[in-house]
Write a protein that binds this ligand. Structure first.
Ligand code: URA
Length: 433
């Protein structure tokens, strides 16, 4: 077997065998296959696709390219993962909610790259919060407090790390076999028994339309179920950012407010849907509508917020910042973005908002870039809102005046305002259970 033959097979639209896929993953991970050969194969997969069987074999090979975490001593662990979005603070809110039902939360999250954010960057905006616990500390934390969220310190799915970085450099990201194997290999390696996937759909997501999102969701569910990890996919709208805040500490503040009962409608719908399925998969409530009510109760009675504080302090975070969010460092300039005409907001392209946030310093253009936790955007008006000329649409939080003005102008252009009220898209587009 050699890599040239494998590339040629995929180039010629033939199916790769399990052995050929394993050969590629093993030898690419250990450096015996060069990046240019891997790039050729990845591009052939991107163009010609893969059968379900090939995608499943690719996922399992990638999952076994490194360590497989064993969380069995914690009982039933339900993991949650999003395929990426803008203003996505769902893990920050959902983790303590789930933990408030005595369901163990043992989660590894990632950092942001490009225009999408990452939970670990958001958590690190809380002074003192430690994201790099050892695996023993992580498991101990879950045993003691019921919850821990850390960055991926282990050697989990190293093949994905290499392939993901490679895909990014050759414009081969938006492919169903490549995305589903990337996500599911990490989920399988991370050790949870059950998985709820937030499959985002729209301008700020990899999948731009419902048909693509459905195909991705079905593929990931199939892989999860085959790997004996019951998987539910919830397709959610990512045509505009989720909630009001985009940027690291700004999103933590929105999460605190949510857990104290001030809930933005779109965030609320996503949290209730994902959370209810997580409770169901954990065996703590069969009825989804009842689970939604139980979540709202645990927010109203303060249990979820208490859990949040408990979690953050158990990982070294300073809870004073949660109790008094005004203590978070503020950006130097808070620049309003103003409506130039009367009408309704008809579009607010999530990817473009994410790019503005990244350019302000909330995200990384290169993997090595450092971020500024306090910068970002607060969206005061979202799709469907009626606005008057001169009214404030959003605020730019920046540390540099020139940049603030430039990005305020860019954001003003992202807001489309038209005479007629637009038809609103649902926040929950489909559930594949
Ligand atoms: N998230 C991942 O982890 N991988 C992808 O390919 C896309 C989103």
């Amino acid at each position: 077997m050699n890599i040239q033959e494998i590339i040629a097979k995929k180039r010629d639209k033939l199916e790769l065998s399990k052995e050929e896929i394993e050969y590629f993953i093993t030898n690419y991970t250990n450096g015996k296959i060069a990046d240019y050969q891997a790039a050729a194969l990845v591009m052939a997969i991107y163009i010609n696709g893969m059968s379900d069987e090939e995608t499943t074999n690719l996922t399992l090979s990638m999952a076994h390219s490194g360590d497989i975490l064993d969380l069995s001593e914690l009982g039933t662990v339900v993991d949650k993962h999003s395929t990426g979005g803008i203003g996505d603070k769902v893990t920050l809110i959902l983790a303590p909610i789930i933990s408030s039902f005595d369901i163990p939360v043992a989660k590894m999250s990632g950092r942001g790259l490009g225009y999408t954010g990452g939970t670990i960057d958001k958590l690190e905006s809380i002074p003192g919060y430690k994201t790099n616990l050892t695996i023993q500390e992580f498991i101990q934390n879950v045993k003691k407090n019921g919850i821990s969220v850390i960055s991926q310190t282990l050697n989990l799915a190293p093949a994905d790390k290499k392939l993901y970085a490679l895909r990014d450099t050759i414009s081969a990201t938006e492919s169903i076999p490549l995305i589903s194997s990337s996500i599911m290999s990490k989920k399988i390696a991370a050790g949870a028994n059950k998985i709820v996937l937030d499959v985002t759909c729209g301008s700020g997501a990899f999948m731009k339309n419902l048909k693509q999102a459905e195909s991705l969701a079905k593929m990931m569910k199939k892989i999860g179920d085959l790997a004996n990890k019951q998987t539910v996919c919830i397709i959610t709208n990512m045509d505009e950012p989720l909630g009001k805040a985009v940027g690291n500490s700004l999103e933590v503040i929105e999460a605190v407010e949510f857990l104290k009962g001030k809930m933005e409608q779109d965030v609320k719908e996503v949290i209730l849907e994902l959370g209810s399925y997580m409770i169901k998969l954990a065996g703590k409530g069969e009825n989804i509508e009842e689970n939604k009510q139980k979540i709202l109760e645990n927010i109203a009675n303060g249990k979820a917020y208490e859990k949040f504080k408990n979690w953050i302090s158990s990982q070294g975070g300073d809870v004073n910042f949660l109790e008094n969010v005004q203590n978070f460092k503020k950006a130097k300039y808070i620049t309003p973005v103003v409506a130039q005409k009367n009408g309704y907001v008809t579009s607010l392209n999530a990817q473009k908002v994410g790019e503005i946030s990244m350019n302000l310093g909330a995200g990384r253009i290169q993997k090595e870039d450092t971020i500024s936790p306090e910068v970002g955007i607060i969206l005061e008006k979202k799709i469907g809102a009626e606005v008057q000329k001169g009214e404030i649409l959003a605020y730019i939080y920046a540390n540099n005046e020139e940049l603030a003005n430039k990005q305020a102008k860019n954001l003003e252009e992202v807001y489309e305002i038209q005479e007629n009220k637009p038809k609103l898209k649902k926040n929950i587009l489909e559930i594949i259970a």
